[in-house]
Design a protein around this ligand. Sequence first.
Ligand code: SF4
Ligand code: SF4
Length: 316
Amino acid sequence: MNRIDLGSTGLHIHPLVFGTLSLGPLQANLSAAQGARLIRSALEGGVDLLDTAELYQTYPHIRHALDGYAGEVLIATKTHARDAGEALRHVEKALRELGRDYLDIVLLHAMQTDDPVAERGPVLEVLLRLRDAGHIRHLGLSTHYVNGVRGAMACADLEVIHPLINRQGLGIMDGSATQMAEVIALAAKAGKGIYAMKALGGGNLIAHARASLRYVQQLAGVHAVAIGMLSEQEIQANLALLEGRPCTDDVWQPLEGRRRQLKIMTPFCKGCGACLEGCPANALTVGDGVARVDAERCVLCGYCAAACPHFLIRVL
Ligand code: SF4
Ligand code: SF4
């Protein structure tokens, strides 16, 4: 499989990126060993970029997967820090827990505006210092916003964009799928490396997984697609699909028959509203003392699970 240039970064990657969010405690809650087996299988199939984040709590899964693995593997992580000190702690923790001397890609997590300096200037400043000191190779941002992609285009130091895009526009906060696709194409033309997220709308488009993945992969400017994978069958099917090999019904029909949902353990909910703060899709409300989800808006990202101090939310 020929590698794809990730924009002007000089990195060359497989079109399938392993999204590790689904392995961790916010979603399937696999042990490090269980998650590592899946990651290792994908690496042996050709995947070479692993996507993670401070919030995902999947560094142990990745470290375990890379133990004794001889191939070259790139790691992209994200920091949701709001100040310089927190950003520094996030990078130090990633380096320590992943056992690496440097991080290949660090993204500003869940950016919302077209002005990264105004939104997270102090964080960007410390990340630039860490990059110049050799602890980070490339910077970028992840975003559910069309404006977020515009923000990366406005900043030469942000080389990689991890935008939310799917054919129904689920989870895009300030525009349509068409508008996001247009700005992604412009960003790629400007030299940004683009690997997409939520091609399946967090699971909401799983019944049409093949068509949904092809839609995103074929968009102008999308270099690769990050997918969370929880079985060997899923890994092999996604490898085949993104490599343009045949995808037969007998393989895909069971995968497209799965359903996912957000589970809030309402009998224990305190109604504190902390989960609302973590939701990038405004999908949660608190009423009658308990949190509730609007399934139409929810993209099953699991960020509310990280925000609940009582561990009452899971994506199943
Ligand atoms: S409700 Fe939770 S899982 Fe759904 S979009 Fe909001 S943060 Fe993500
Ligand atoms: S953060 Fe947890 S306890 Fe608080 S409202 Fe949300 S689900 Fe309930």
